[in-house]
Design a protein around this ligand. Structure first.
Ligand code: ATP
Length: 245
């Protein structure tokens, strides 16, 4: 479903991504891991169109999407969450998700406004599947940090993606909140059939949810494969111990 090939990106001469390669098969949860500064967020920003690549290719559903605008990539069925919470705090929980549902319909059907009933039903469906229904009329600013992070994922899910990108979804969370995200990822993957690409520092989470892992080190893909193979890979062990090679 998603293929990244020989991707490169430099910032003022600093090669943040020097040779990234990644493949996300349909319906799988794939994790990108790597030490601090390895280039994980930069890679996500390149895939979602928030940064422009210097060279290489990104293919999504057999189309070349390299350097397309983020809204065009979103329209093709890719949605993402950010490391920092990205919600409208002045709106209610319902209104935040509703905005994403309406935006998706407007892009799909340029000449027809979606019926209010359809939007309401779809919005409630998303809130229910993410466990946020009871908070629907609450102002977002009154939610806990963990609920705000889940709401951000709900907004991404509201745009009906086939591929969901989650950038460190458990950053700053308690172990209880982290378990909730683990359950959510499993639910979205197994029950809703979403393909999910995730970056995460919590290795317990990664090895619990991912069917495949890609390891990025100094901007380069050094390994990609099944979790048990990654666990036993010498170059991965060395990268995490700080001894490249
Ligand atoms: N806009 C930018 N301008 C200059 N350098 C940048 C920019 N964005 C990222 N970098 C640099 O690129 C490298 C990769 O950063 P990135 O944030 O992608 O790493 P990361 O793997 O996500 O790190 P972390 O795990 O700490 O979040 C870092 O050395 C960072 O300082």
């Amino acid at each position: 479903m998603l293929q990244v090939e020989r991707l490169k990106k430099a910032f003022d001469g600093f090669q943040a991504i020097s040779d990234a390669n990644l493949s996300v098969p349909q319906g799988e949860v794939v994790a990108v891991i790597g030490p601090n500064g390895a280039g994980k967020s930069t890679l996500f920003n390149l895939i979602s169109g928030h940064l422009q690549a210097d060279s290489g290719h990104i293919r999504f559903l057999n189309e070349d999407i390299t350097n397309l605008a983020p809204y065009k990539i979103c329209h093709k069925g890719m949605a993402r969450s950010f490391q920092l919470i990205n919600i409208f705090t002045s709106l209610t929980v319902f209104e935040n998700v509703q905005t994403a549902v309406i935006a998706k319909h407007r892009l799909d059907q340029k000449f027809f406004k979606p019926s209010k009933r359809l939007v309401v039903e779809e919005t409630l469906d998303v809130l229910e599947s993410l466990g946020l229904l009871e908070y629907k009329d609450r102002s977002c600013s009154s939610l806990s940090y963990g609920d705000q992070k889940v709401l951000e994922i709900a907004i991404a899910v509201g745009s009906k993606p086939t591929l969901l990108l989650l950038d460190e979804p458990t950053a700053g969370m308690s172990s209880e909140e982290t378990q909730r995200i683990v359950n959510l990822i499993k639910h979205l993957s197994r029950e809703k059939g979403l393909s999910i690409l995730i970056t995460e520092h919590d290795m317990d989470l990664v090895f619990d949810v991912a069917q495949k892992i890609m390891v990025l080190h100094q901007g380069k893909t050094i390994a990609q494969g099944l979790p048990q193979d990654i666990r036993n890979d010498k170059s991965v062990q060395n990268a995490y111990l700080g001894e490249t090679g």
